[in-house]
Design a protein around this ligand. Structure first.
Ligand code: SF4
Length: 490
């Protein structure tokens, strides 16, 4: 259970207690007990990292990608002897807030090149998550506060392309509010990052259960489909399939409601005018904004009766018997009408050929999922654990000499100052995130570069150790493959 290859050491002692100096909390830990974060323990007077250190496989067949070991039953225990092993920072331990070298600085040969991977579990006090929720249903006004256990942990941010976005965590919620706000924020972020379900409430909006890689549950209703596109896009996609089968189609959408006879796609097919009158604000022909208030009904609006988005038909154009399909952007809602002698739409059973077109919309909708991206930054002391001149690490990352991964998963590094990165938590091994009660999240980060480049940027060369040396003093485990993506539907 030990990772005592780490340079982390017990500092002061108090009787038989030892002090952990792996984070600013500086716990004094009794023999047989663990510290406040349950990550370090006093094992017969020795400070140990409780969780095993995670390694991954570097593939040949997948272009050198780093992946979890696929056949856990065939592991021979010779975990770190092959060149195909990648040492992650999960379970590696922390060096914060001081200047100590990273817990593991491991050399290996990859494709004939001497490489080094610097691994550390970073302590992220300013981190956050960005959540993409595939749903048309209205979660709440942009900038509304998002809460967990009643505490403010973030806000609703801009909705984009049929998904609603939340921005959670960050320095102000973790450290700038009450103690409870910081703790609850930290717990919610850690659970989301570790793939657990978290119930969130939006001020003046919905309750939503979010779990990375799973469908969102909005006000108790699991979301099934992500819309095929906006109402206008749906008209463009399916106009030809409606031609000859119906006189008018309205695709109801909170963002852009589409009207076939007026839309450019309808014009190209010579679909005649129908005298339809839409509510809302016309943007361009056949494309209407704000036909209704947002909500959890048809197409992300609050309506349950689609006729409420229509005004009276123009009697100079409309004719009795005219056929009209109204459908939502997911195909979840649909209704068929025919105009009576008074030009009033009367609902009738959906003809089979139109039922097929509704099913085609549904078929083209992708499964609705929640996506959780962890957003962290390699701060001063974390970079000091890599090199004695931290700005050189930043430059090396920006010059693509140093690759950054998080638990072996590829990250997106933001342009501009610092090393600010985002990572899809579903690409990381299970249980990759921890916490310390400062409060802050603990997350793995690895820097991989040529050994010669590492020396040039002022790396801690005295601490570089060969991969095979980890066998002797470190308990390791291979990562389980990430859970399969769910949310598919027929
Ligand atoms: S909270 Fe954890 S890492 Fe921090 S000092 Fe205590 S045991 Fe060590």
């Amino acid at each position: 259970m030990t990772n005592d290859g780490s340079p982390i050491s017990a500092g002061a002692t108090d009787g038989d207690k030892i002090r952990c100096d792996a984070c600013p909390v500086m716990c004094y830990i009794k023999p047989g007990a663990s510290g406040a974060c349950d990550r370090y323990a006093n094992d017969a007077g020795q400070l140990v990292r409780v969780d095993p250190h995670v390694v991954l496989q570097r593939t040949v067949s997948q272009g050198g990608q780093i992946v979890p070991f696929q056949k856990s039953g065939e592991w021979d225990g010779k975990l770190v002897q092959g060149r195909d092993v990648f040492v992650t920072a999960i379970g590696a331990g922390t060096t914060y807030p001081d200047y100590k070298p990273a817990p593991f600085i491991v050399s290996s040969e990859v494709d004939g090149v001497d490489m080094v991977t610097v691994v550390t579990e970073g302590i992220f006090s300013y981190c956050g998550v960005k959540v993409k929720i595939d749903t048309d249903r209205f979660l709440g006004p942009e900038t509304s506060t998002v809460r967990a256990e009643g505490e403010a942990i973030g806000h609703v941010t801009t909705s984009e392309y049929g998904s609603q976005m939340l921005s959670l965590g960050g320095v102000h919620h973790l450290t700038g509010g009450s103690k409870k706000e910081g703790r609850v924020t930290c717990d919610a972020l850690m659970d989301l990052c570790n793939g657990k379900a978290v119930e969130l409430t939006v001020d003046n909006g919905a309750t939503v259960v979010v779990q990375a890689g799973k469908p969102p549950i909005v006000n108790g209703v699991p979301e099934v489909r992500m819309r095929v596109g906006c109402g206008s896009a749906a008209i463009g996609m399916f106009a030809k399939q409606w031609q000859g089968k119906v006189d008018e189609v309205v695709v109801v959408d909170d963002h852009i409601t589409g009207v076939l006879s007026e839309h450019q796609a309808g014009k190209l097919l010579d679909i005649p005018d129908t005298g339809i009158k839409m509510k809302g604000r016309r943007s361009t022909p056949g494309r209407y904004f704000q036909v209704a208030e947002p909500g959890t009904g048809w197409g992300g609006t609050q309506i349950s009766d689609p006729l409420t988005v229509l005004g009276p038909f123009n009697p100079k154009v409309a004719k009795p018997g005219m056929r009209m399909l109204m459908v939502s952007t997911t195909g979840e809602h649909s209704a068929y009408f025919e105009l009576d002698e008074a030009l009033q739409p009367i609902e009738k059973p959906l003809p089979p050929e139109l039922q097929q077109s509704v099913e085609r919309i549904q078929e083209n909708c992708e499964p609705a999922l929640c996506t959780v991206l962890f957003m962290g930054g390699a701060g001063g002391s974390l970079r000091a654990g890599v090199t004695d001149n931290p700005v050189r690490l930043t430059r090396s990352v920006k010059e693509s000499l140093t690759s950054v991964t998080s638990g072996g998963a590829p990250v997106y590094v933001w342009p501009g100052g610092g090393i600010t990165f985002m990572v899809d938590v579903t690409q990381m091994p299970a249980g990759a995130f921890g916490y310390v009660p400062t409060p802050a999240l603990v997350a793995p980060i690895e820097f991989t570069l040529r050994l010669s480049d590492y020396a040039a940027l002022g790396g801690h060369m005295d601490y570089v150790r060969p991969l095979a040396s980890l066998n002797a003093d470190t308990e390791m485990r291979q990562a389980a493959p990430p859970p399969p993506k769910s949310g598919t539907h027929s």
